[in-house]
Design a protein around this ligand. Structure first.
Ligand code: EPS
Length: 389
């Protein structure tokens, strides 16, 4: 068996340690008892599967109570909001994103058994990834997947692709519907910052009327110009997405280790490219005084919502407010230094159909994750208190 530092010395590179001999790989597979993390949730669990360029992607939603009306065409709206190719400002991959309900629904209603959803990939162009297969895109999960598993599907980023988020959105449609019907809960998001640009006005009516989810329609020409120039330069940009849930009853979420804010942060942070999450005032709390940050309580309610609707990990009855930072995508045309599989220095330029701002498509994904967390904590609240609310 080869010793890793000896291999490093031989390849002359600190990056190449895992493409080892066959006997090493066999040894690794015995040693690594990895726990898969393709599922989340406690009483409402979601498991996603599939790769960006595989035949299909899918999910299993388990724990949805019986009796909810559900039809395949109900997934259309949110999947289209998230999809690529719906404007010139996103990746030009054109997926049909047609949902097939494979199980868990009978005569148009959920049965309480696992709901399996499938979407076939119809527009993968794997030849774009021939070069990527031999290198690590700087800033991409190419490198860590390869080191972790010793093998990776490089086509379209494989499992690490934003394509996976399609199934989060599909699962989220079920949770959003349930929460709305049962409690009137509305989960909505918007793009709160695109690179240096922030909205100067806010109107919910504007948010769904443009491909940016931007709440200030008067600024759209500015955004379009910005993204057009960015795309021309071959670069990408980060973004901030805000998401809010209205009408969440007081008392949901667990204390201590199962805090609602902790679960939300984990769920949002699990979205591809998310590098930061804030709840309520978030990092602004660092410079606030207690007298400013606290939300005073009057007979008719709280005077403010710096807590983001959560105190002690439990919902206050105020809107739940979260915000996330989405990094600029690493698949860009601007050349960057990296190494190839042989441990040699290379210059990487990523060709293909990529997003200049992945954050632009993240609003429906953030909504879905928040809805799934809320439905899960409600199921736990019902189990704890033995009643609907
Ligand atoms: C993605 C790269 C592109 C995007 C893809 C996410 O994939 P491809 O090169 O195969 O076109 O189009 O986004 C989707 C397909 C989607 O449905 O979101 C990436 O590297 O994450």
């Amino acid at each position: 068996m080869q010793n890793r530092s000896a291999q490093r010395r031989r390849s002359g590179s600190k990056w190449i340690t895992l493409r080892e001999t066959t006997s090493d790989n066999q040894d690794n597979s015995r040693r690594q008892r990895t726990v898969s993390s393709n599922s989340f949730g406690t009483l409402l669990t979601v498991t996603t599967f599939g790769e960006s360029h595989g035949p299909a992607i899918g999910c299993v939603v388990d724990g949805c109570p019986p009796g909810l009306k559900l039809a395949a065409d109900e997934f259309r709206r949110d999947l289209t909001r998230r999809a690529t190719g719906t404007s010139r400002f996103t990746s030009q991959r054109h997926e049909a994103d047609d949902v097939e309900i494979l199980s868990g629904v009978y005569e148009g209603r959920t049965t309480g058994t696992p709901i399996a959803l499938l979407i076939r990939n119809t527009d993968a162009r794997s030849k774009d990834y021939a070069e990527v297969a031999q290198t690590f895109r700087p800033g991409h999960a190419d490198y860590t997947y390869w080191q972790k598993y010793g093998i990776r599907d490089p086509r379209g980023g494989g499992r690490s692709s934003a394509r996976e988020t399609t199934m989060r959105v599909a699962a989220g449609v079920i949770a959003k519907k349930w929460l709305k019907l049962k409690f009137g809960i509305e989960v909505r998001g918007w793009l709160a910052q695109l690179g240096p640009l922030t909205p100067r006005a806010f109107d919910w009516a504007d948010v769904d009327g443009n491909p940016f989810f931007w709440p200030d329609a008067a600024m759209l020409p500015e955004l379009e110009k910005y993204i057009d120039a960015l795309r021309k330069s071959g670069d990408s940009i980060g973004a901030r997405v805000n998401v809010i849930a209205d009408n969440v009853p007081v008392g949901w979420g667990e204390p201590i280790y199962g805090k609602l804010d902790g679960e939300l942060a984990a769920a949002l942070m699990s979205i591809n490219a998310v590098k930061g999450v804030e709840i309520g005032a978030g990092f602004a709390a660092v410079t606030q005084r207690g007298s400013e940050h606290r939300d005073e309580m009057l007979l008719d309610g709280f005077t403010s919502n710096h807590a983001g609707g959560i105190l002690g990990g439990i919902s206050t009855g105020q809107p739940i407010v979260a915000s996330m930072a989405v990094k600029p995508a690493s698949s860009i045309l601007v050349p960057g230094r990296s190494v190839n599989l042989a441990g040699e220095p290379v210059e990487v330029r990523t060709k293909g159909r990529h997003d200049p701002c992945v954050g632009m498509r993240a609003t429906p994904i953030a909504e879905a994750m928040m809805a799934l967390v809320l439905m899960d904590v409600w199921l736990r609240q019902r189990a704890l208190r033995g009643r609907e609310r």
